[in-house]
Design a protein around this ligand. Structure first.
Ligand code: 1PR
Length: 569
């Protein structure tokens, strides 16, 4: 019997869904004794090394797991399930790993010796290139494909890794071991359960593979890849809300107004789960669901978005992000639900990341207030003193439990035109042709003001302040919308994107305004502020919903501009 170990963090539902889809039955490991019953074991998961090892020790799994591995029965580790095999990790110095492999896990660096910057975590689709051996007992599968990775720590590849390294991957100038295979142990740094058809094929091959004894290997060919970044991701976004009949529909607005002619019916672009399936089949690298009316009452109980996610995760095997309403909530019967619990419910339903909008704004405002109270007033949240960072925001709490990669912050800025940009917003100052009706093309200056409640309420911080504050408080990725460009088809606001990308070292998703395939190539060419690195992902909604541009057209345009994309699904 195949068993799956759930140590209590991350989205393990996706792995369960993949196994079900492939027709393999399995049991969850519910107690250490179950490990003695298992013929095959998968240990999936995300989260920190220390958190995983502590949970294994607390629940009595560490020793039985070592015994299981030593028994020679097949073990497959995914992401953190691979990293725990090592002796130790720079992520949590002093915490011992299972020690099956005598090497150390270290952090990626965000800048290399030539000054090139790259985002950490390494998030996206990268190639796993198998080393070539004279013989091998690994699953008979063609590994050389794109897989989905999300991690800040890596196992460096070195010659002494030859006996257990099976494939390597390059991120920027750093090469790491992306697949481990030694005897009965097989493990991947990437997530096969989130890697579309290639990932499902790999899982299936491992489960069907007849285990053979450990064979000593010798590498016959080992070619480094050179400087490589992941493929540029194309994200399909579904703005979801109830229509006037109370059904959940995908809608799409202009400048965040989703009703026809302002007051008419809520625009209905289709059913959320069906559309998500369509985009998965068409090759979307990721899918985001945003509950756009979450600023109203948003009880966790009876939350229809949970059911929706649950259904989508059963058939969509690329990363899913859910946004809207990730904050402390209270059910109508008075039951409180902290943001972490809300996020937890979404992860359990199949989300890989949660996206936080309004609450991130409030948390960064509070950070600046606390800096001022501590006598260290600043307009730059990245400069706030350590005592202002108290770990009490949803971003920090979700980060601590699930890791930075699970926390996306969605920024909803609008341009504020002015004669002089106020000094406190200098970081988000821009100038160029005016875009307002009646003043088009005239020279203008502006800054990017943050909003909450779907653009209904202006706040005093700007997009760059929010970006830097969110990164400080543990966000692992930013989604940059633009109220001015939303639904306009005029292209992404590349000035905004460039300002934000240059201000942080975490991955950035550009959103709002895509009107044709070339706009994707244009936004990925935005790299002035970053010393060469472009943004990592671009998102669109309207053009995909209306069948105006296919996801493959967007990818083709990016590929034609010289950047890598993932063309299979
Ligand atoms: O504040 O944590 O509850 O999160 C609310 C979330 O809902 C935020 O991420 C916010 O961006 C989103 N949201 C709120 N109201 C709207 C609205 O449209 N009325 N949608 C809304 C934001 C932006 C993108 C859109 C892109 C691409 N929509 O989701 O898909 O602009 O569109 P395009 O390609 O058609 O131009 P919280």
């Amino acid at each position: 019997m195949l068993y799956v170990l759930d140590y209590g963090a991350g989205n393990i539902q996706s792995l369960a869904n993949s196994l079900t889809r492939l027709g393999h039955s399995f049991e969850w490991v519910r107690s250490p004794e179950d490990l003695d019953k298992a013929d095959r074991l998968i240990f999936p998961g995300v989260g920190s090394f220390g958190h995983a090892m502590e949970a294994l020790a607390r629940d009595g799994y560490a020793e039985p797991l070592r015994r299981y591995i030593a028994s020679g029965r097949p073990y497959m580790g995914i992401c953190i399930g691979m990293q725990v095999l090592f002796a130790e990790s720079e992520e949590n110095p002093g915490t011992k790993g299972l020690g099956v492999i005598p090497a150390r896990v270290v952090r990626f660096s965000s800048q290399d010796s030539e000054g090139r910057r790259k985002a950490v975590p390494h998030m996206g689709w990268s190639r796993a290139v198998p080393l070539e051996f004279d013989q091998s007992n690994a699953p008979a599968v063609n590994l050389d494909d794109y897989y989905y990775y999300v991690h800040s720590y890596r196992v460096p590849y070195a010659a002494d890794a030859a006996d257990w390294a099976f494939a390597t991957t390059q991120y920027g100038d750093e090469r790491f071991v992306s697949v481990v295979q030694t005897g009965n142990v097989f493990a991947t740094q990437f997530h096969p359960e989130k890697s579309g058809a290639a990932g499902l094929a790999l899982l299936d091959a491992w489960i069907r593979h007849e285990q053979t004894a450990h064979v000593a290997r010798q590498i016959v060919r080992d070619e480094p890849q050179g400087y490589t970044l992941p493929t540029r991701r194309i994200v399909a976004c579904l703005d979801v809300r109830s229509n006037d009949d109370g059904d959940l529909v995908v809608t799409k607005g202009e400048s965040y107004d989703v009703r026809d002619s302002g007051e008419g019916h809520v625009r209905n672009m289709g059913k959320p789960v069906e559309l998500a399936e369509r985009y998965f089949k068409e090759g979307a690298d990721e899918i985001a669901f945003l509950n756009i009316t979450s600023f109203r009452a948003c009880p966790l109980r009876d939350q229809p978005m949970l059911e929706l996610l649950h259904r989508a995760a059963a058939t969509v095997f690329v990363p899913l992000t859910i946004g809207g309403g990730i904050r402390d909530t209270v059910d109508p019967d008075g039951t409180p639900h902290p943001a972490l619990e809300v996020a937890h419910a979404y992860f359990r339903a199949g989300a890989d990341k949660v996206s936080i909008g309004g609450d991130a704004v409030f948390a960064v405002e509070k950070l600046l207030e606390r800096a001022a109270e501590a006598g260290r007033a600043t307009h730059d949240p990245a400069q706030a003193p350590a005592e202002a960072v108290r770990g009490d925001s949803p971003m920090e709490q979700i980060n601590a439990a699930y890791g930075a990669q699970a926390v996306v912050v969605s920024i909803d800025p609008r341009r504020v035109y002015c004669d002089e940009v106020p000094a406190e917003h200098a970081m988000s100052a821009a100038s160029g042709p005016d875009e307002r009706e009646g003043r088009e093309g005239q020279p203008a200056k502006w800054w990017y003001r943050c909003t909450v409640k779907g653009g209904r309420e202006d706040r005093d911080i700007d997009a760059v302040q929010l970006a830097r504050g969110a990164a400080r408080l543990g966000a692992g990725e930013l989604m940059i919308n633009s109220i001015d460009r939303d639904g306009s088809g005029r292209g992404f606001d590349t000035q905004l994107i460039d300002l934000v990308r240059g201000a942080v070292d975490i991955p950035v998703i550009a959103s709002s305004g895509a009107g044709c395939a070339q706009h994707f190539a244009d936004v990925f060419a935005t790299r002035a502020a970053t010393g060469g690195a472009s943004i990592e992902a671009a998102l669109a909604a309207g053009i995909f919903h209306r069948h105006e541009v296919a996801i493959s057209d967007a990818k083709k345009a990016v590929q034609d501009s010289g950047l890598p994309v993932r063309l299979s699904h």
